[in-house]
Write a protein that binds this ligand. Sequence first.
Ligand code: ASP
Length: 324
Amino acid sequence: MKRLLMLAAAVAAFTVQAQSFPGSKPITIVVPFSAGGPTDRVARDLAEALRKPLGGATVVVDNAAGAGGSIGANKVAKASPDGHTLLLHHIGMATMPTLVRNLPFKVETDFEYLGMVNDVPMTLIGKPGLPANNYKELAAWINENKNKVNLGNAGIGAASHLCGLMFQNALKIDMTTVPYKGTGPAMTDLLGGQIDLLCDQTTNTSGQIEAKKVKAYAVTTAKRLSTPALKDLPTLQESGLKGFEVTIWHGLYAPKGTPADVVAKLNTALKAALKDADFVKKQEGLGAVVVTDKRMESAEHKKFVADEIAKWSPVLKAAGVYAD
Ligand code: ASP
């Protein structure tokens, strides 16, 4: 009898939790990079789009930046699994397991996968006044200056790090890399001329390119983009870097152990947010493509990340760059 009563109490508690989620506590989306950068931009637009499908809940963004995105990811891996602390992260979820030797969490097993959000092209940009007006001139300038060229990134594991690594490998030139806690501050330094080059997501660069505040050389996708501000940029492939292709994707995660019905509610809310016309318009304006395919589903999101880990692991091992 006592056992039965305990079981009934546990079932009741579980049901109350599911019915009351999200409750009155705000939902926090942890961004593992600085405020004002490309992932932060996606997170803030997403937070707004999630509010309605989550019944008017307060959704806030917390920037837990540093160590190429692993500090913020670890914060969420260790957070209470109640659906109130979420992680918005990008391709770093697939590169960190190879790049960071002592990663304090496991990408595959420490998270619930809530669905993917978007795919974002990258752009190769230079400081204002850099004496190269197109990719050909840039390649010649880099060749003259070699390791004196300063290339910013957001730390080992960041998208800008991955792109920079691919770029240096393709040119067979080691540049001086300058790590930041996000490409928001890297962009500030590029605009100020403290660094020369940056490969960064269009969610951070399209406005600066459109305003002609930076020099823009190429996109990292296989095809040119249709976004008005970016449509004239050549691809790195057509500029001569054979096979160069990288697109940054974002996904939403909760700590492992978040109740299945809370995960389902978050997934349903995410899918509604991805159809929110205002969200889609804002993302498209920044060159990002909102996910509409099966990667919106938790299981497909998890499968996609596993495939990306397998895809990038040999590339990164060959590059031989690791962080502790
Ligand atoms: N996504 C990072 C940021 O928001 C930049 C990066 O990964 O390169 O700053």
